[in-house]
Ligand binder design. Structure first.
Ligand SMILES: Nc1ncnc2c1ncn2[C@@H]1O[C@H](COP(=O)(O)OP(=O)(O)OP(=O)(O)O)[C@@H](O)[C@H]1O
Ligand SMILES: [Mg+2]
Length: 265
């Protein structure tokens, strides 16, 4: 049974890509067949998986979704899936994905385009992770219709938390409607505190606020990912922190988070 997990929060820069790539790396290392869909025109997940120039790629996620939109035959997965050194199968993105919202405007069943694509590959994997773009809209509704579950990274900052509240509203709406109008099976794996500046008053206050707002309603991961300058350094080398410096405090926290997640199975 494969599981499609989206790493989602419309707030920019809250460590969606850092989390998605670290998790993909750790799952693959555990021997899980893992695909990572880069669903963001910034192509940050592709870069962190070692792709140097995404613009030169022949087939990216936007081509695949356009095949579905145009009702054309999809290319064979082996012709476009990038087998990364760390064992993750990457479905890369590039800037062309920025036009997806516009491309979807006049399409019938436009909320199901990503699901139609993911259904063609999901049976080949234990996990399909989706690294989401930082905005809501039809492309994100596509993710909510397609995912089995969500991981919601948030910084311990009020603006990030407000974005979580907005996302949860969309999640509740999609979950409350029967298929095909919604996705009643979707779950939240958990809210994940990222880039935590431990032992500060603001961080403690914000964690209390997260507990107060969502505790008992949605799961919250026990693990918090601490801030470390090495995370950005790893990115410079096109690697996740877990590969670049496995004993780093953020890498160790990501390992604990991955263990917590795998206990959900
Ligand atoms: N634990 C951490 N410690 C320090 N820096 C971090 C940590 N996690 C992420 N970062 C840095 O924060 C920035 C944003 O992270 P990331 O790109 O993962 O966020 P994002 O939510 O995917 O952003 P976007 O919304 O633009 O897609 C990056 O420069 C990344 O290197
Ligand atoms: Mg990102």
């Amino acid at each position: 049974m494969s599981k499609v997990i989206a790493i989602m929060n419309e707030k920019g820069g809250c460590a969606k890509t850092t989390t998605a790539t670290a998790l993909a790396y750790l799952l693959a290392k555990q021997g899980k067949k893992t695909a990572l869909i880069d669903y963001d025109g910034q192509a940050n997940a592709s870069l962190l998986m070692g792709v140097r120039n995404p613009l030169t790629l022949q087939v990216t996620v936007s081509n695949l979704l356009n095949c579905i939109i145009q009702e054309e035959q999809l290319p064979e997965p082996k012709t476009y899936i990038i087998k990364t050194d760390c064992g993750v199968d990457l479905i890369p993105a590039n800037r062309k994905l920025a036009s997806l919202e516009r491309d979807l405007v006049s399409v019938n069943f436009r909320e199901y385009i990503l699901k139609q694509y993911v259904d063609t590959i999901r049976d080949n994997y234990d996990y399909v992770l989706i690294d989401c773009m930082p905005q809501m809209g039809t492309p994100m509704v596509n993710v909510l219709m397609c995912a089995d579950s969500l991981i919601i990274p948030t910084q311990t900052e009020i603006l990030s938390l407000q974005a979580v509240q907005e996302l949860v509203k969309h999640y509740v709406k999609v979950k409350s409607k029967p298929f095909p109008f919604g996705n009643p099976k979707i779950e939240v794996e958990g809210i994940l505190v990222t880039m935590d500046t431990q032992r500060t008053i603001v961080s403690a206050q914000m964690k209390d606020m997260i507990d107060g707002t969502f505790g008992g309603k949605l799961p919250i991961f026990d693990t918090c990912i601490p801030r470390s300058s090495k995370v950005a350094e790893a990115a410079m080398y096109g690697k996740t922190i877990c590969e670049y410096m496995p004993r780093n405090k953020a890498a160790l926290a990501y390992q604990n988070f991955a263990k917590e997640l795998m206990k959900h199975e």
